[in-house]
Design a protein around this ligand. Structure first.
Ligand code: NAI
Length: 547
């Protein structure tokens, strides 16, 4: 219980209602005269926010305004973002967040989350205890080794865990008090920031891997002791660290990596729907990847797990997946492959010609995770369209200029036959009297729903099966009429409902797997709904704890 009174109520973003206190609250909290003598509701306040946002010339300015709003009035911030997710998510997260991170030390206004530097080794537990909330359920943690496609951003990467956790609330209704953004500062190799006087991190280059991992070990162990119900979400580490740290902790603690598992989950959802449009199963398809890096391998592995659920052995599932990288087709004579690529190197003659590989392998689906824009050329699209009535073309590299092909190219070169999705949002395409809706494989359909399910069930682990179930649920939530127009993902305007339904399916799996730490409810959807945060003010008295 708190005795916060008078001006301190207005300074507490969890209690501040700005112009929405009623007369009794003003009297009880000592606010008479400190706020205008009106009592507005959230909707009227939202009108004012929208009016002020309309004056801002750029999305970065709108981002700064919204973060400032969050610093002053948490309820109104979430009211705003949840009022129109399709409009606000690109401002509070990707793509605006990339620019916000690049300028983080310059646009910084107020502390948010925790900064834990490697110099605190031996004292990590004590540092975690400084966080004011005692029941933390999610820590989103980065060392900013690889922020989006922007590389090593050091402390500037803190924008990512802050933004990512906002999506747990904005998309799936996980209450914000349980979320803790965290930057593990092990230095940066970014010369520009090392010499920027306004840079907010340690001015040291990164340590050797062993040293970094022993710091992360202490952090993960300390979290178990200080926040025993907490799930650790790893985000934007370099590809190698992402895979190794996930392997290191996944069977012992409640952890996951969204870049590896969440990304694979959302692309899998698109593949499930593409197969559905054709009246097929995943295991009826043959997949050829352009790119065999961390995104490609993570996806191929989850796809194979999903095919084993359809009855194939792991080996049989792997035989449906081919990969092609900068050195050509992965095949069994290649000497430059790393361990996790070898399962996809089948018996085949060497080739560096992607069109020739399509003609020989005859894939039903091509997946671009190559980082190189324009690599799905007209010849590529024409080749796969010759083999398939409905070729599936997933051009996932981002940002926009890196997409392997645009939807316009896919629909035009395939003569309207392609089923297409991208890693970024493209507008609808009109071709030959038809309107096509290119989908966006955006992780925010998956990880907030997994988060909500883990939160509600207090799950002790996060498993790959949970990502496959989330993918199946998201795929099932695309209405039949939109699926017909080629839309592989649900509409963003209805995201909260999509995530509630997805979380309910994942929660059921958590109970079935014996990982839940609460009693099983009778109605899973109602159970999830009961946990959803609502951006509405509560009546406050002199002794209430929060708005
Ligand atoms: P990475 O750097 O680990 O792997 C890139 C792969 O592409 C390597 O195997 C490389 O050999 C291959 N490659 C590069 N140039 C090529 C060329 N000209 N022809 C054929 N292969 C080529 O990168 P990572 O992390 O796997 O990401 C790949 C792309 O996927 C990125 O652009 C990223 O933005 C995108 N991505 C999209 C997601 C989404 O839509 N939700 C999620 C994750 C990644």
């Amino acid at each position: 219980m708190s005795n916060v009174h008078g001006i301190d109520v207005l300074r507490d973003p969890k209690r501040n209602k700005s112009t929405a206190f009623n007369e009794e609250e003003k009297q009880a909290l000592g606010l008479v005269g400190l706020v205008p003598d009106v009592t507005e509701n959230e909707d009227l306040q939202l009108r004012r926010v929208n009016l002020q946002l309309a004056q801002k010339p750029t999305d970065l300015e709108r981002y700064i305004y919204l973060i400032n709003l969050l610093d002053h009035n948490e309820t109104l911030f979430y009211r705003t973002v949840m009022s129109d997710p399709a409009r606000f998510l690109p401002i509070v997260y990707d793509p605006t967040i990339g620019e916000a991170c690049l300028k983080f030390g310059h646009i910084y206004r107020q502390a948010r989350g925790m900064y834990l530097s490697i110099t605190r080794r031996g004292k990590v537990k004590e540092v975690l205890k400084n966080w004011p909330e005692k029941d933390v359920r999610f820590i989103c943690v980065t060392d900013a080794g690889r922020i989006l496609g922007l590389g090593d951003l050091g402390a500037n990467g803190m924008g990512i865990p802050i933004g990512k956790l906002q999506l747990y609330t904005a998309c799936a209704g996980v209450p914000p008090q349980y979320l803790l953004p965290m930057y593990l500062d092990a230095g940066t190799n970014n010369e520009q920031y090392l010499h920027d006087p306004l840079y907010l991190g340690m001015r040291k280059t990164r340590p050797a891997t062993d040293e970094l991992y022993s710091f992360v070990d202490e952090f993960v162990q300390a979290v178990q002791e200080v926040f025993p119900k907490c799930c650790i979400h790893f985000e934007d580490w370099t590809g190698v660290d992402a895979v190794h740290l996930l392997q290191r902790y996944r069977d012992k603690y409640c952890v996951y990596n969204d870049d590896v598992q969440g990304t694979a989950g959302i692309v899998l959802a698109g593949m499930i729907n593409a197969a559905k449009i054709k009246g097929k199963k995943l295991s009826d398809e043959r997949y050829l990847f352009l790119g065999a890096g961390s995104a490609g391998i993570g996806l191929a592995d989850l796809l194979c797990s999903a095919m084993t659920q359809e009855g194939l052995s792991r080996k049989e599932a792997q035989s449906h997946v081919y990969m092609f990288d900068i050195n050509g087709l992965l095949e069994d004579t290649r000497k430059d492959l790393v361990d996790f690529q070898k399962p996809y190197a089948h018996k085949h003659s060497p080739t560096r010609d992607f069109v020739a590989a399509i003609e020989s392998i005859k894939p039903t689906t091509i997946i671009g995770v190559s980082t190189v824009g324009g690599t799905f050329t007209q010849k590529v699209i024409e080749a796969i369209s010759r083999i398939n009535d409905r070729p599936v073309i997933l051009a996932l590299s981002n940002p926009t200029e890196h997409a392997e092909c645009t939807p316009e190219q896919a629909y035009t070169w395939s003569k309207g036959k392609a089923i297409y999705a991208a890693g970024v949002q493209f507008p609808p395409v009109h071709y030959d009297g038809q309107t096509f809706l290119p989908g966006q494989a955006n992780n925010f359909y998956i990880f907030p729903a997994i988060g909500m399910a883990v939160f509600a069930t207090v799950s002790s682990r996060v498993t790959d099966e949970m990502f496959i179930e989330a993918a199946r649920a998201v795929a099932d939530l695309v209405p039949a009429d939109l699926l017909k127009q080629g839309l592989l993902y649900p509409l963003q305007s209805n995201i909260l409902e999509t995530e509630i339904q997805t979380a309910a399916r994942v929660a059921k799996l958590i109970f079935d797997s014996g990982l839940a730490r609460v009693a099983r409810p009778a109605d899973m959807v109602a159970f999830i709904r009961d946990h959803v945060y609502k951006p509405e003010y509560k009546i406050q008295s002199a002794r209430s704890t929060a708005a």
